[in-house]
Ligand binder design. Structure first.
Ligand SMILES: Cc1cc2nc3c(=O)[nH]c(=O)nc-3n(C[C@H](O)[C@H](O)[C@H](O)COP(=O)(O)OP(=O)(O)OC[C@H]3O[C@@H](n4cnc5c(N)ncnc54)[C@H](O)[C@@H]3O)c2cc1C
Length: 535
Protein backbone atom coordinates (compact mmCIF):
# COMPACT_ATOMS: atom_id res chain seq x y z
CA UNK A 1 0.00 0.00 0.00
CA UNK A 2 1.27 3.48 -0.78
CA UNK A 3 0.68 6.46 1.46
CA UNK A 4 -1.65 9.18 0.24
CA UNK A 5 0.38 12.34 0.70
CA UNK A 6 0.47 15.93 -0.45
CA UNK A 7 -3.18 15.84 -1.53
CA UNK A 8 -5.27 18.92 -0.67
CA UNK A 9 -8.34 18.42 1.51
CA UNK A 10 -11.64 18.88 -0.34
CA UNK A 11 -12.98 22.42 -0.26
CA UNK A 12 -15.98 21.46 1.87
CA UNK A 13 -17.89 22.23 3.89
CA UNK A 14 -17.46 25.97 3.43
CA UNK A 15 -19.62 29.05 3.35
CA UNK A 16 -19.73 30.46 -0.17
CA UNK A 17 -20.72 33.89 1.11
CA UNK A 18 -18.56 34.27 4.21
CA UNK A 19 -15.49 33.06 2.30
CA UNK A 20 -15.91 35.44 -0.65
CA UNK A 21 -14.46 38.88 0.12
CA UNK A 22 -15.30 40.31 -3.29
CA UNK A 23 -18.91 39.15 -3.24
CA UNK A 24 -19.57 40.42 0.28
CA UNK A 25 -18.19 43.86 -0.52
CA UNK A 26 -20.16 44.09 -3.78
CA UNK A 27 -23.42 43.12 -2.10
CA UNK A 28 -23.04 45.90 0.45
CA UNK A 29 -21.83 48.47 -2.05
CA UNK A 30 -24.60 47.85 -4.58
CA UNK A 31 -27.41 48.30 -2.07
CA UNK A 32 -28.18 44.81 -0.77
CA UNK A 33 -26.48 44.99 2.63
CA UNK A 34 -29.83 44.16 4.24
CA UNK A 35 -29.67 40.68 2.64
CA UNK A 36 -26.35 39.68 4.20
CA UNK A 37 -27.77 37.37 6.81
CA UNK A 38 -29.96 35.50 4.34
CA UNK A 39 -27.07 35.23 1.88
CA UNK A 40 -24.81 33.94 4.63
CA UNK A 41 -27.36 31.20 5.45
CA UNK A 42 -27.66 30.30 1.76
CA UNK A 43 -23.87 30.31 1.36
CA UNK A 44 -23.54 27.87 4.25
CA UNK A 45 -26.32 25.61 2.90
CA UNK A 46 -24.77 25.50 -0.57
CA UNK A 47 -21.32 24.70 0.79
CA UNK A 48 -22.46 21.74 2.89
CA UNK A 49 -20.97 18.42 1.82
CA UNK A 50 -24.37 16.91 1.07
CA UNK A 51 -25.36 19.87 -1.14
CA UNK A 52 -22.07 19.64 -3.03
CA UNK A 53 -22.71 15.90 -3.46
CA UNK A 54 -26.22 16.65 -4.77
CA UNK A 55 -24.67 18.93 -7.40
CA UNK A 56 -22.52 16.03 -8.58
CA UNK A 57 -25.39 13.53 -8.49
CA UNK A 58 -27.68 15.78 -10.53
CA UNK A 59 -25.05 15.91 -13.26
CA UNK A 60 -24.07 12.25 -13.20
CA UNK A 61 -27.66 10.93 -13.41
CA UNK A 62 -29.10 12.58 -16.47
CA UNK A 63 -32.76 13.45 -17.01
CA UNK A 64 -34.73 10.87 -19.00
CA UNK A 65 -37.67 11.59 -21.32
CA UNK A 66 -40.77 9.51 -20.68
CA UNK A 67 -42.76 9.93 -23.89
CA UNK A 68 -45.48 7.32 -23.17
CA UNK A 69 -46.87 5.29 -20.32
CA UNK A 70 -46.85 1.52 -20.58
CA UNK A 71 -50.26 1.52 -22.29
CA UNK A 72 -49.16 3.90 -25.01
CA UNK A 73 -50.72 7.12 -23.70
CA UNK A 74 -48.60 10.23 -24.20
CA UNK A 75 -46.82 11.47 -21.09
CA UNK A 76 -44.20 13.99 -22.26
CA UNK A 77 -42.69 13.98 -18.81
CA UNK A 78 -39.08 13.99 -17.63
CA UNK A 79 -37.65 11.83 -14.90
CA UNK A 80 -34.93 13.58 -12.86
CA UNK A 81 -32.59 12.32 -10.20
CA UNK A 82 -33.81 13.47 -6.74
CA UNK A 83 -30.71 15.69 -6.49
CA UNK A 84 -32.08 17.98 -9.25
CA UNK A 85 -35.18 18.54 -7.16
CA UNK A 86 -33.12 19.04 -3.99
CA UNK A 87 -31.20 21.86 -5.67
CA UNK A 88 -34.40 23.50 -6.86
CA UNK A 89 -35.88 23.29 -3.36
CA UNK A 90 -32.88 25.21 -2.00
CA UNK A 91 -33.10 27.75 -4.82
CA UNK A 92 -36.85 28.39 -4.65
CA UNK A 93 -36.89 28.56 -0.86
CA UNK A 94 -34.24 31.28 -1.19
CA UNK A 95 -36.48 33.06 -3.72
CA UNK A 96 -33.91 32.88 -6.52
CA UNK A 97 -36.65 32.48 -9.15
CA UNK A 98 -38.64 35.62 -8.26
CA UNK A 99 -37.68 37.43 -5.03
CA UNK A 100 -37.18 40.93 -6.55
CA UNK A 101 -40.73 40.80 -7.93
CA UNK A 102 -42.32 39.16 -4.91
CA UNK A 103 -40.80 41.71 -2.53
CA UNK A 104 -39.50 44.73 -4.42
CA UNK A 105 -37.03 46.81 -2.42
CA UNK A 106 -33.75 48.63 -2.93
CA UNK A 107 -31.07 46.11 -3.78
CA UNK A 108 -33.51 43.26 -4.46
CA UNK A 109 -32.04 42.38 -7.87
CA UNK A 110 -28.52 42.60 -6.43
CA UNK A 111 -29.42 40.31 -3.51
CA UNK A 112 -30.92 37.75 -5.86
CA UNK A 113 -27.89 37.98 -8.18
CA UNK A 114 -25.63 37.26 -5.22
CA UNK A 115 -27.73 34.21 -4.38
CA UNK A 116 -27.65 32.81 -7.90
CA UNK A 117 -23.91 33.57 -8.07
CA UNK A 118 -23.43 31.15 -5.17
CA UNK A 119 -25.93 28.57 -6.39
CA UNK A 120 -24.35 28.40 -9.87
CA UNK A 121 -21.04 27.41 -8.30
CA UNK A 122 -22.48 24.24 -6.86
CA UNK A 123 -25.01 23.32 -9.59
CA UNK A 124 -25.43 25.49 -12.66
CA UNK A 125 -28.12 23.47 -14.48
CA UNK A 126 -30.95 24.60 -12.22
CA UNK A 127 -30.02 28.19 -12.98
CA UNK A 128 -31.80 27.86 -16.34
CA UNK A 129 -35.44 27.55 -15.13
CA UNK A 130 -34.71 30.06 -12.34
CA UNK A 131 -33.41 32.66 -14.80
CA UNK A 132 -36.30 32.16 -17.20
CA UNK A 133 -38.88 32.45 -14.41
CA UNK A 134 -37.20 35.60 -13.08
CA UNK A 135 -37.10 37.13 -16.56
CA UNK A 136 -40.66 36.15 -17.41
CA UNK A 137 -42.42 38.16 -14.69
CA UNK A 138 -42.41 41.63 -16.35
CA UNK A 139 -43.55 39.99 -19.59
CA UNK A 140 -46.41 38.14 -17.89
CA UNK A 141 -47.70 41.47 -16.62
CA UNK A 142 -48.61 42.27 -20.24
CA UNK A 143 -51.30 39.58 -19.88
CA UNK A 144 -53.34 40.68 -16.83
CA UNK A 145 -55.54 37.56 -16.60
CA UNK A 146 -52.50 35.28 -16.74
CA UNK A 147 -50.71 37.47 -14.20
CA UNK A 148 -53.69 37.36 -11.84
CA UNK A 149 -53.74 33.57 -11.89
CA UNK A 150 -50.02 32.82 -11.98
CA UNK A 151 -47.94 35.49 -10.26
CA UNK A 152 -48.70 34.50 -6.69
CA UNK A 153 -47.65 30.92 -7.49
CA UNK A 154 -44.46 32.22 -9.09
CA UNK A 155 -43.76 34.45 -6.09
CA UNK A 156 -44.22 31.59 -3.60
CA UNK A 157 -40.94 30.36 -2.14
CA UNK A 158 -41.96 26.83 -2.90
CA UNK A 159 -40.74 24.29 -5.46
CA UNK A 160 -43.49 21.93 -6.53
CA UNK A 161 -42.25 19.34 -9.05
CA UNK A 162 -45.66 17.74 -9.63
CA UNK A 163 -47.02 17.74 -13.17
CA UNK A 164 -50.51 19.01 -12.27
CA UNK A 165 -52.63 22.04 -13.26
CA UNK A 166 -51.66 25.39 -11.77
CA UNK A 167 -54.61 25.49 -9.37
CA UNK A 168 -53.18 22.49 -7.50
CA UNK A 169 -49.59 23.73 -7.35
CA UNK A 170 -47.82 25.46 -4.48
CA UNK A 171 -45.25 27.10 -6.77
CA UNK A 172 -44.61 27.56 -10.49
CA UNK A 173 -41.69 27.91 -12.90
CA UNK A 174 -41.79 29.42 -16.40
CA UNK A 175 -39.73 28.52 -19.48
CA UNK A 176 -39.48 30.00 -22.95
CA UNK A 177 -39.62 28.82 -26.55
CA UNK A 178 -38.15 31.13 -29.17
CA UNK A 179 -35.54 29.23 -31.15
CA UNK A 180 -36.69 27.23 -34.17
CA UNK A 181 -34.76 24.88 -36.38
CA UNK A 182 -34.43 27.25 -39.34
CA UNK A 183 -33.19 30.23 -37.30
CA UNK A 184 -32.63 31.23 -33.71
CA UNK A 185 -30.95 34.63 -33.71
CA UNK A 186 -33.20 35.88 -36.50
CA UNK A 187 -36.53 35.33 -34.78
CA UNK A 188 -38.44 36.79 -37.71
CA UNK A 189 -37.94 33.44 -39.44
CA UNK A 190 -40.18 31.71 -36.85
CA UNK A 191 -42.80 29.58 -38.58
CA UNK A 192 -44.92 28.35 -35.66
CA UNK A 193 -48.48 29.50 -36.38
CA UNK A 194 -51.05 30.82 -33.91
CA UNK A 195 -54.73 30.70 -34.87
CA UNK A 196 -57.38 32.50 -32.81
CA UNK A 197 -59.71 29.92 -31.22
CA UNK A 198 -62.39 30.72 -28.64
CA UNK A 199 -60.89 32.76 -25.82
CA UNK A 200 -57.32 31.92 -26.75
CA UNK A 201 -55.11 30.76 -29.61
CA UNK A 202 -54.04 27.35 -30.92
CA UNK A 203 -50.35 26.99 -31.79
CA UNK A 204 -48.99 24.60 -34.39
CA UNK A 205 -45.29 24.24 -35.09
CA UNK A 206 -42.06 23.41 -33.29
CA UNK A 207 -39.23 24.76 -31.15
CA UNK A 208 -35.70 23.49 -31.74
CA UNK A 209 -34.62 24.36 -28.21
CA UNK A 210 -36.88 24.47 -25.17
CA UNK A 211 -35.01 24.05 -21.93
CA UNK A 212 -36.45 22.90 -18.63
CA UNK A 213 -39.57 21.48 -20.34
CA UNK A 214 -40.94 20.53 -16.92
CA UNK A 215 -41.71 24.21 -16.31
CA UNK A 216 -45.40 24.85 -15.73
CA UNK A 217 -45.80 27.20 -18.68
CA UNK A 218 -43.77 28.78 -21.46
CA UNK A 219 -43.53 32.13 -23.18
CA UNK A 220 -43.56 31.25 -26.85
CA UNK A 221 -43.17 33.24 -30.06
CA UNK A 222 -45.49 32.42 -32.97
CA UNK A 223 -46.84 33.99 -36.15
CA UNK A 224 -50.43 35.14 -35.61
CA UNK A 225 -52.63 36.98 -38.13
CA UNK A 226 -51.05 40.34 -37.12
CA UNK A 227 -47.44 39.15 -37.10
CA UNK A 228 -44.95 37.63 -34.70
CA UNK A 229 -46.54 37.62 -31.25
CA UNK A 230 -45.82 36.43 -27.73
CA UNK A 231 -47.95 33.70 -26.17
CA UNK A 232 -48.32 32.10 -22.79
CA UNK A 233 -48.57 28.32 -23.11
CA UNK A 234 -49.40 26.39 -19.92
CA UNK A 235 -48.74 22.66 -19.77
CA UNK A 236 -52.39 22.11 -18.84
CA UNK A 237 -55.38 23.61 -20.68
CA UNK A 238 -58.03 25.58 -18.72
CA UNK A 239 -60.23 22.45 -19.04
CA UNK A 240 -57.67 20.49 -17.04
CA UNK A 241 -56.29 18.32 -19.87
CA UNK A 242 -52.65 17.98 -20.92
CA UNK A 243 -51.83 20.67 -23.44
CA UNK A 244 -50.70 19.52 -26.90
CA UNK A 245 -47.01 20.23 -26.27
CA UNK A 246 -45.05 17.15 -27.33
CA UNK A 247 -41.47 16.65 -26.24
CA UNK A 248 -39.82 14.96 -29.21
CA UNK A 249 -36.41 14.37 -27.69
CA UNK A 250 -33.85 15.68 -25.24
CA UNK A 251 -30.66 17.29 -26.51
CA UNK A 252 -27.38 15.49 -25.85
CA UNK A 253 -25.39 18.51 -24.66
CA UNK A 254 -21.71 19.30 -24.06
CA UNK A 255 -22.45 20.45 -20.52
CA UNK A 256 -25.43 21.74 -18.55
CA UNK A 257 -26.09 18.04 -18.08
CA UNK A 258 -28.46 18.11 -15.13
CA UNK A 259 -30.88 20.34 -17.01
CA UNK A 260 -33.13 18.89 -19.70
CA UNK A 261 -33.17 20.82 -22.99
CA UNK A 262 -35.68 19.54 -25.49
CA UNK A 263 -37.04 19.71 -29.01
CA UNK A 264 -40.80 20.16 -28.94
CA UNK A 265 -43.75 20.20 -31.26
CA UNK A 266 -47.06 22.02 -30.78
CA UNK A 267 -50.07 20.21 -32.16
CA UNK A 268 -52.76 22.85 -31.79
CA UNK A 269 -51.53 23.69 -28.29
CA UNK A 270 -53.65 26.10 -26.24
CA UNK A 271 -52.04 29.50 -25.55
CA UNK A 272 -53.00 33.02 -24.53
CA UNK A 273 -51.77 36.21 -26.18
CA UNK A 274 -49.29 38.27 -24.14
CA UNK A 275 -49.27 41.99 -24.91
CA UNK A 276 -50.17 43.45 -28.26
CA UNK A 277 -50.55 41.08 -31.18
CA UNK A 278 -47.65 41.49 -33.63
CA UNK A 279 -45.32 42.91 -30.93
CA UNK A 280 -43.77 39.62 -29.88
CA UNK A 281 -40.12 40.54 -30.32
CA UNK A 282 -40.12 43.79 -28.26
CA UNK A 283 -42.02 41.98 -25.51
CA UNK A 284 -39.54 39.10 -25.41
CA UNK A 285 -36.61 41.53 -25.50
CA UNK A 286 -37.76 42.91 -22.15
CA UNK A 287 -37.42 39.39 -20.72
CA UNK A 288 -34.04 38.95 -22.42
CA UNK A 289 -32.60 41.86 -20.41
CA UNK A 290 -33.04 39.87 -17.22
CA UNK A 291 -31.90 36.53 -18.59
CA UNK A 292 -28.83 38.19 -20.12
CA UNK A 293 -28.01 39.76 -16.77
CA UNK A 294 -28.21 36.23 -15.42
CA UNK A 295 -25.75 35.06 -18.08
CA UNK A 296 -23.25 37.64 -16.72
CA UNK A 297 -23.88 36.51 -13.14
CA UNK A 298 -23.84 32.82 -14.13
CA UNK A 299 -20.52 33.02 -15.97
CA UNK A 300 -18.99 35.03 -13.14
CA UNK A 301 -20.21 32.33 -10.80
CA UNK A 302 -18.47 29.57 -12.78
CA UNK A 303 -15.28 31.62 -12.76
CA UNK A 304 -15.50 32.13 -9.01
CA UNK A 305 -15.84 28.42 -8.31
CA UNK A 306 -12.96 27.65 -10.68
CA UNK A 307 -10.73 30.24 -9.02
CA UNK A 308 -11.74 29.18 -5.50
CA UNK A 309 -10.86 25.55 -6.29
CA UNK A 310 -7.58 26.52 -7.96
CA UNK A 311 -6.39 28.78 -5.14
CA UNK A 312 -7.46 26.22 -2.53
CA UNK A 313 -5.51 23.50 -4.31
CA UNK A 314 -2.40 25.62 -4.76
CA UNK A 315 -2.39 26.58 -1.08
CA UNK A 316 -2.23 22.92 -0.07
CA UNK A 317 -0.19 21.20 -2.76
CA UNK A 318 3.59 21.22 -2.68
CA UNK A 319 5.82 20.87 -5.75
CA UNK A 320 9.57 21.38 -5.85
CA UNK A 321 9.74 22.07 -2.09
CA UNK A 322 7.25 24.92 -2.09
CA UNK A 323 3.51 25.28 -1.91
CA UNK A 324 2.28 25.80 -5.46
CA UNK A 325 0.74 29.09 -4.45
CA UNK A 326 4.25 30.33 -3.58
CA UNK A 327 5.84 29.34 -6.87
CA UNK A 328 6.23 32.71 -8.62
CA UNK A 329 4.87 31.60 -11.97
CA UNK A 330 1.88 29.90 -10.36
CA UNK A 331 1.22 33.00 -8.25
CA UNK A 332 1.07 34.98 -11.48
CA UNK A 333 -1.39 32.51 -13.06
CA UNK A 334 -3.65 32.52 -9.99
CA UNK A 335 -3.56 36.30 -9.63
CA UNK A 336 -4.43 36.76 -13.29
CA UNK A 337 -7.38 34.35 -12.95
CA UNK A 338 -8.51 36.08 -9.77
CA UNK A 339 -8.44 39.46 -11.52
CA UNK A 340 -10.65 38.21 -14.32
CA UNK A 341 -13.09 36.76 -11.82
CA UNK A 342 -13.22 39.85 -9.63
CA UNK A 343 -13.71 42.13 -12.63
CA UNK A 344 -16.60 39.94 -13.87
CA UNK A 345 -18.20 39.79 -10.43
CA UNK A 346 -18.09 43.52 -9.69
CA UNK A 347 -19.43 44.36 -13.14
CA UNK A 348 -22.27 41.85 -12.83
CA UNK A 349 -23.44 43.11 -9.44
CA UNK A 350 -23.08 46.73 -10.50
CA UNK A 351 -25.22 45.89 -13.54
CA UNK A 352 -27.77 44.13 -11.33
CA UNK A 353 -28.07 47.38 -9.39
CA UNK A 354 -29.13 49.13 -12.60
CA UNK A 355 -32.13 46.75 -12.59
CA UNK A 356 -32.98 47.99 -9.09
CA UNK A 357 -32.90 51.62 -10.13
CA UNK A 358 -35.27 53.32 -12.53
CA UNK A 359 -33.51 56.60 -13.38
CA UNK A 360 -32.32 57.46 -16.88
CA UNK A 361 -28.70 56.57 -16.20
CA UNK A 362 -29.69 53.12 -14.93
CA UNK A 363 -31.84 52.53 -18.00
CA UNK A 364 -28.95 53.50 -20.27
CA UNK A 365 -26.61 51.14 -18.42
CA UNK A 366 -29.10 48.29 -18.66
CA UNK A 367 -29.58 48.76 -22.39
CA UNK A 368 -25.93 48.97 -23.38
CA UNK A 369 -23.99 47.16 -20.69
CA UNK A 370 -26.27 44.10 -20.44
CA UNK A 371 -25.41 42.80 -23.94
CA UNK A 372 -21.83 44.09 -23.63
CA UNK A 373 -21.29 42.33 -20.31
CA UNK A 374 -22.93 39.17 -21.60
CA UNK A 375 -20.54 39.14 -24.55
CA UNK A 376 -17.32 39.69 -22.66
CA UNK A 377 -17.92 37.94 -19.34
CA UNK A 378 -19.39 34.84 -20.96
CA UNK A 379 -16.50 34.72 -23.43
CA UNK A 380 -13.94 34.77 -20.58
CA UNK A 381 -15.47 31.90 -18.60
CA UNK A 382 -14.23 28.99 -20.81
CA UNK A 383 -10.67 30.34 -20.65
CA UNK A 384 -10.77 30.83 -16.89
CA UNK A 385 -12.26 27.39 -16.19
CA UNK A 386 -9.67 25.75 -18.42
CA UNK A 387 -6.69 27.50 -16.87
CA UNK A 388 -8.01 26.89 -13.35
CA UNK A 389 -8.37 23.20 -14.20
CA UNK A 390 -4.70 23.06 -15.11
CA UNK A 391 -3.76 24.46 -11.70
CA UNK A 392 -4.97 21.12 -10.27
CA UNK A 393 -2.73 19.22 -12.68
CA UNK A 394 -4.02 15.79 -13.68
CA UNK A 395 -6.57 15.75 -10.86
CA UNK A 396 -8.29 18.73 -12.44
CA UNK A 397 -9.07 16.65 -15.53
CA UNK A 398 -10.80 13.99 -13.46
CA UNK A 399 -14.56 14.01 -13.11
CA UNK A 400 -14.42 13.60 -9.32
CA UNK A 401 -13.22 17.18 -9.17
CA UNK A 402 -15.75 19.81 -10.20
CA UNK A 403 -13.38 21.26 -12.80
CA UNK A 404 -14.53 19.28 -15.88
CA UNK A 405 -18.13 20.18 -15.07
CA UNK A 406 -17.28 23.89 -14.83
CA UNK A 407 -15.35 23.72 -18.09
CA UNK A 408 -18.16 21.99 -19.99
CA UNK A 409 -20.73 24.39 -18.57
CA UNK A 410 -18.76 27.51 -19.42
CA UNK A 411 -19.64 28.08 -23.12
CA UNK A 412 -23.41 27.85 -22.77
CA UNK A 413 -24.05 31.33 -21.42
CA UNK A 414 -22.25 32.77 -24.42
CA UNK A 415 -24.34 30.80 -26.92
CA UNK A 416 -27.87 31.00 -25.60
CA UNK A 417 -29.99 34.14 -25.18
CA UNK A 418 -28.13 35.78 -28.04
CA UNK A 419 -24.72 34.49 -29.11
CA UNK A 420 -21.56 36.63 -29.00
CA UNK A 421 -21.90 38.40 -32.35
CA UNK A 422 -25.57 39.06 -31.80
CA UNK A 423 -24.76 40.69 -28.46
CA UNK A 424 -22.13 42.95 -30.02
CA UNK A 425 -24.52 44.05 -32.78
CA UNK A 426 -27.05 44.73 -30.05
CA UNK A 427 -24.50 46.93 -28.29
CA UNK A 428 -24.08 49.01 -31.47
CA UNK A 429 -27.84 49.42 -31.82
CA UNK A 430 -28.29 50.25 -28.14
CA UNK A 431 -25.55 52.91 -28.21
CA UNK A 432 -27.21 54.48 -31.26
CA UNK A 433 -30.59 54.62 -29.54
CA UNK A 434 -29.45 55.64 -26.06
CA UNK A 435 -28.69 59.32 -26.39
CA UNK A 436 -27.52 59.84 -22.81
CA UNK A 437 -25.15 56.87 -22.84
CA UNK A 438 -22.06 58.92 -23.74
CA UNK A 439 -22.62 61.16 -20.69
CA UNK A 440 -23.34 58.21 -18.42
CA UNK A 441 -20.18 56.47 -19.60
CA UNK A 442 -18.03 59.56 -19.11
CA UNK A 443 -19.25 59.82 -15.52
CA UNK A 444 -18.67 56.14 -14.82
CA UNK A 445 -15.15 56.15 -16.27
CA UNK A 446 -14.06 59.22 -14.32
CA UNK A 447 -11.90 57.38 -11.78
CA UNK A 448 -8.77 59.56 -11.74
CA UNK A 449 -6.31 57.00 -13.15
CA UNK A 450 -3.99 57.90 -16.02
CA UNK A 451 -4.17 54.63 -17.99
CA UNK A 452 -7.94 54.52 -17.73
CA UNK A 453 -8.14 58.16 -18.75
CA UNK A 454 -6.17 57.48 -21.94
CA UNK A 455 -8.10 54.28 -22.66
CA UNK A 456 -11.44 56.04 -22.05
CA UNK A 457 -10.46 58.90 -24.30
CA UNK A 458 -9.76 56.55 -27.21
CA UNK A 459 -12.96 54.64 -26.50
CA UNK A 460 -15.08 57.79 -26.42
CA UNK A 461 -13.60 58.92 -29.73
CA UNK A 462 -14.46 55.59 -31.32
CA UNK A 463 -17.98 55.73 -29.90
CA UNK A 464 -18.62 59.13 -31.41
CA UNK A 465 -16.98 58.44 -34.80
CA UNK A 466 -19.20 57.44 -37.74
CA UNK A 467 -17.27 54.12 -37.94
CA UNK A 468 -18.73 53.10 -34.59
CA UNK A 469 -21.42 51.30 -36.59
CA UNK A 470 -18.87 49.13 -38.40
CA UNK A 471 -20.21 45.66 -37.59
CA UNK A 472 -16.86 44.01 -38.27
CA UNK A 473 -15.34 45.98 -35.35
CA UNK A 474 -18.20 45.41 -32.92
CA UNK A 475 -16.41 42.77 -30.87
CA UNK A 476 -13.34 44.98 -30.33
CA UNK A 477 -15.50 47.93 -29.33
CA UNK A 478 -17.63 45.88 -26.96
CA UNK A 479 -14.60 44.30 -25.30
CA UNK A 480 -13.01 47.70 -24.72
CA UNK A 481 -16.22 49.15 -23.34
CA UNK A 482 -16.42 46.37 -20.76
CA UNK A 483 -12.71 46.54 -19.90
CA UNK A 484 -13.01 50.28 -19.27
CA UNK A 485 -16.02 49.83 -17.00
CA UNK A 486 -14.36 46.95 -15.13
CA UNK A 487 -11.20 49.04 -14.65
CA UNK A 488 -13.22 51.98 -13.34
CA UNK A 489 -15.09 49.79 -10.85
CA UNK A 490 -11.88 48.17 -9.61
CA UNK A 491 -10.08 51.52 -9.29
CA UNK A 492 -12.96 52.89 -7.25
CA UNK A 493 -13.65 49.86 -5.07
CA UNK A 494 -10.88 47.25 -5.03
CA UNK A 495 -7.51 47.31 -3.22
CA UNK A 496 -4.71 49.03 -5.13
CA UNK A 497 -3.01 45.70 -5.93
CA UNK A 498 -6.07 44.54 -7.87
CA UNK A 499 -6.80 47.80 -9.69
CA UNK A 500 -3.16 48.33 -10.55
CA UNK A 501 -2.68 44.84 -12.00
CA UNK A 502 -5.95 45.06 -13.95
CA UNK A 503 -5.00 48.37 -15.56
CA UNK A 504 -1.44 47.24 -16.25
CA UNK A 505 -2.55 44.04 -17.96
CA UNK A 506 -5.96 44.81 -19.49
CA UNK A 507 -5.69 48.48 -20.41
CA UNK A 508 -2.02 49.05 -21.05
CA UNK A 509 -0.79 45.50 -21.70
CA UNK A 510 -1.69 42.99 -24.37
CA UNK A 511 -4.66 41.63 -22.45
CA UNK A 512 -4.91 38.20 -20.90
CA UNK A 513 -4.69 36.14 -24.11
CA UNK A 514 -3.15 33.54 -21.84
CA UNK A 515 -3.33 33.79 -18.06
CA UNK A 516 -0.18 34.18 -15.99
CA UNK A 517 1.26 37.08 -17.96
CA UNK A 518 0.86 39.89 -15.44
CA UNK A 519 3.77 42.29 -15.83
CA UNK A 520 6.54 42.68 -13.28
CA UNK A 521 5.68 44.82 -10.29
CA UNK A 522 2.13 43.53 -9.74
CA UNK A 523 1.41 42.45 -6.17
CA UNK A 524 0.30 38.99 -7.21
CA UNK A 525 0.46 37.56 -3.70
CA UNK A 526 -2.01 40.10 -2.36
CA UNK A 527 -4.40 39.42 -5.25
CA UNK A 528 -4.32 35.67 -4.67
CA UNK A 529 -4.76 36.02 -0.93
CA UNK A 530 -7.88 38.10 -1.52
CA UNK A 531 -9.33 35.38 -3.77
CA UNK A 532 -8.68 32.51 -1.35
CA UNK A 533 -11.94 30.89 -0.20
CA UNK A 534 -11.33 31.25 3.52
CA UNK A 535 -13.74 32.80 5.97
C1 LIG B 1 -28.12 24.51 -23.78
C2 LIG B 1 -29.00 25.41 -24.58
C3 LIG B 1 -30.26 25.69 -24.09
C4 LIG B 1 -31.12 26.50 -24.83
N1 LIG B 1 -32.38 26.73 -24.35
C5 LIG B 1 -33.24 27.48 -25.08
C6 LIG B 1 -34.58 27.71 -24.62
O1 LIG B 1 -34.97 27.28 -23.52
N2 LIG B 1 -35.41 28.43 -25.39
C7 LIG B 1 -35.01 28.95 -26.58
O2 LIG B 1 -35.81 29.60 -27.24
N3 LIG B 1 -33.76 28.76 -27.05
C8 LIG B 1 -32.86 28.04 -26.33
N4 LIG B 1 -31.60 27.82 -26.79
C9 LIG B 1 -31.24 28.28 -28.12
C10 LIG B 1 -30.31 29.46 -28.17
O3 LIG B 1 -30.91 30.60 -27.62
C11 LIG B 1 -29.90 29.64 -29.64
O4 LIG B 1 -29.11 28.52 -30.00
C12 LIG B 1 -29.12 30.92 -29.87
O5 LIG B 1 -29.96 32.04 -29.69
C13 LIG B 1 -28.51 30.98 -31.29
O6 LIG B 1 -29.46 30.67 -32.27
P1 LIG B 1 -29.15 29.54 -33.36
O7 LIG B 1 -28.73 28.31 -32.64
O8 LIG B 1 -30.29 29.42 -34.28
O9 LIG B 1 -27.89 30.08 -34.15
P2 LIG B 1 -27.87 31.08 -35.40
O10 LIG B 1 -28.92 32.12 -35.24
O11 LIG B 1 -27.86 30.29 -36.64
O12 LIG B 1 -26.45 31.75 -35.20
C14 LIG B 1 -25.23 31.03 -35.47
C15 LIG B 1 -24.06 31.97 -35.25
O13 LIG B 1 -24.15 33.07 -36.13
C16 LIG B 1 -24.00 34.28 -35.42
N5 LIG B 1 -24.78 35.33 -36.10
C17 LIG B 1 -26.14 35.38 -36.23
N6 LIG B 1 -26.48 36.50 -36.87
C18 LIG B 1 -25.34 37.18 -37.16
C19 LIG B 1 -25.03 38.42 -37.81
N7 LIG B 1 -25.99 39.20 -38.28
N8 LIG B 1 -23.74 38.78 -37.91
C20 LIG B 1 -22.75 38.01 -37.42
N9 LIG B 1 -22.97 36.84 -36.79
C21 LIG B 1 -24.25 36.43 -36.67
C22 LIG B 1 -24.45 33.99 -34.01
O14 LIG B 1 -23.84 34.87 -33.08
C23 LIG B 1 -23.99 32.55 -33.84
O15 LIG B 1 -22.65 32.53 -33.42
C24 LIG B 1 -30.71 27.03 -26.07
C25 LIG B 1 -29.42 26.76 -26.55
C26 LIG B 1 -28.57 25.96 -25.80
C27 LIG B 1 -27.20 25.66 -26.34
Amino acid sequence: MFDVANQPPPLEPYNLFASDTVLRAAVKREGAGWAERELDTLGAALGRSDTIAAGFAANRNLPVLKSFDRFGHRLDEIEFHPAWHEMLVIACEAGLHSSPWAKPQTGAHVARAAGTYMLGQIEAGVYCPLAMTYGAVPTLRHAPTVAAQWLLKIFARSYDPRFVPIGEKTGALIGMGLTENQGGSDLRTNTTRAEPAGDGFRLTGHKWFLSAPTCDAFLVLAQSPKGLSCFFMPRWTPEGTRNALRINRLKDKLGNKSNASSEVEFDGAYAELVGEEGRGIPIMIEMAGYTRLDCCVGSSSLMRQAVAQAVHHARHRTAFQKKLVDQPLMTNVLADLALECEAATVLSLWLARAYDEGDEAAVAIRRVVTPAGKFWICKRAPFVTFEAMEVLGGSGYIEESIMPRLYREAPVNSIWEGSGNVMCLDVLRAIGRTLNFADVLTRELDAGEARLKAFAQRLTERLSAPERNDEAQARALTRDLVLALQAALLIKHAPTAVAEAFCASRLAGEGAAVFGTLPRGCDTRAIVERAAPVA
